[in-house]
Ligand binder design. Structure first.
Ligand SMILES: C[S@@+](CC[C@H](N)C(=O)[O-])C[C@H]1O[C@@H](n2cnc3c(N)ncnc32)[C@H](O)[C@@H]1O
Length: 231
């Protein structure tokens, strides 16, 4: 990984904002990811994220914290927060912004336990593929204190396969429709392609049941997105 995502966050943080990150997927064309969005404060967050922050309690792990926007908000409210991300640049930025416990770490290498584990901005993305969901959920479950909770958001992206006549063009023999190849570029450099998973709520709920987690739909968003609470 070249960490172009982290480089972009560092540029923004250091006052060198000239352009946005460009993303595309196996089923969608180029789209700008505005850097200021990654530095959003509470009022600019989607309702699902605001609700997740309202439900957070106790000791909190922010997984894939990015620039640390959710961590900062909760830290300012007095919560004990650990923020982790595999992006070195993201963690550098989170620290510069004031997140006290921010560390470069893959979620699979986390061993502490928490009252709340947060995975926000399509939290299921880091599972990458449907076949890996059980592994990640089992690990996330092992990070929970008694009565702990996991709060994560995702979307049912079936709508992205809808054609003008209201039919769907997805290949039913192919893998799960929420598994995408994800491409990112920044300042004319291309990141190593990665896999990114969107999970519809029912598939997430079924996967949770197989690993002994309860999965509750907390809230639906405006565009096929939702917030789930796992316990
Ligand atoms: C879509 S961004 C979300 C950033 C932040 N949560 C936000 O809402 O602004 C996903 C983040 O997850 C991080 N990430 C991806 N896989 C990870 C893993 N296995 N462990 C920890 N972080 C991961 C990426 O580096 C990236 O910063």
């Amino acid at each position: 990984m070249k960490d172009l995502f982290g480089n972009a966050l560092l540029d923004y943080q250091n006052g060198h904002y000239t352009e946005d990150i460009i993303t595309s997927t196996s089923i969608s064309d180029d789209d700008a990811l505005p850097l200021p969005y990654l530095f959003r404060d509470f009022k600019d967050m989607p309702k699902l994220e605001q609700q997740a922050l309202k439900l957070a309690k106790g000791s909190i792990l922010d997984v894939g914290c990015g620039a640390g926007s959710h961590s900062l908000f909760l830290q300012e409210k007095g919560f004990q927060i650990n923020a982790i991300d595999i992006s070195k640049g993201a963690i550098e930025v989170a620290k510069q912004r004031g997140v006290l416990n921010a560390e470069v770490k893959n979620i699979l290498d986390e061993t502490e336990t928490f009252d709340t584990v947060l995975l926000l901005m399509n939290g299921t993305g880091i599972f990458q593929e449907l076949t890996q969901v059980s592994k990640y959920l089992t690990h996330l479950k092992s990070l929970l204190n008694p009565n702990g909770q996991i709060l994560m958001d995702s979307s049912d992206i079936k709508y992205m396969y809808e054609d003008e006549d209201g039919g769907y063009w997805m290949d039913t023999n192919a893998s799960y429709y929420g598994e995408l190849d994800y491409f990112l570029s920044y300042k004319d450099e291309k990141e190593t392609p990665m896999k990114w998973l969107y999970l519809d709520f029912n598939t997430l709920k079924l996967a949770c049941e197989t690993v002994g987690l309860q999965c509750e739909l907390v809230m639906e968003g405006e565009h096929f997105d939702y917030l789930a609470r796992l316990s």
